[in-house]
Design a protein around this ligand. Structure first.
Ligand code: HEC
Length: 145
């Protein structure tokens, strides 16, 4: 299965982000590409580079890779609504780091981002925390009112 190949490769090398080639509209393929570096102070740029391929630029879960996944990417604009109106920032941070017990995160349809962010931060934990915090803050701005 194309996707499981992508995931095991991502887990093994931990240097790859997802990208999509739509050869034809009905059969998009997820392919692995080297992760590009992005400024750690721009949550928006990191989101667009690393997350939008699955979650969509608007966060609603309709990125170009979504049709190729077994599990639909979560609608990230509904996180606050689903949590009684409060944006669950600690949960989002632990999902990004790969510490939350989400069935699909890391184990199936979503790469674990902790090691990827660490690789582009040359292992500097402070910078990984900054990247995570800025991603969490950016996703907060996408919340549906
Ligand atoms: C290869 C596709 C893919 C990429 C790339 C991806 N995600 Fe996901 N993400 C998913 C899928 C699929 C789920 C649903 C997991 C589940 O339901 O178990 C998910 C779930 C989530 C959740 C959990 C939402 C909830 O309801 O608790 C968060 C938060 C999240 N992603 C954030 C991110 C961020 C931030 C990035 C970029 C750094 C990212 N994702 C990149 C596929 C992806």
């Amino acid at each position: 299965m194309r996707l499981s190949k992508f995931i095991s490769l991502a887990a093994f090398i931990m240097l790859f982000a997802a990208s999509v080639v739509a050869q034809n509209a009905s059969a998009p393929e997820v392919r692995h590409v080297p992760i590009v570096n992005t400024p750690s102070n721009s949550g928006q740029q990191m989101y667009k580079s690393y997350c939008a391929v699955c979650h969509g630029v608007d966060g609603k879960g309709n990125g170009p890779a979504a049709p190729a996944l077994k599990t639909s990417p979560s609608d990230l604009t509904a996180l606050a609504q689903k949590n009684g109106g409060k944006y669950p920032s600690a949960h989002v941070a632990s999902v990004i780091r790969g510490q939350a017990a989400l069935p699909s995160h890391g184990s199936q349809d979503m790469p674990i981002w902790g090691p990827l962010l660490s690789s582009i931060s040359q292992g500097h934990e402070g910078q990984v925390q900054q990247r995570t915090a800025n991603l969490v803050a950016y996703i907060d701005t996408l919340q549906a009112k």
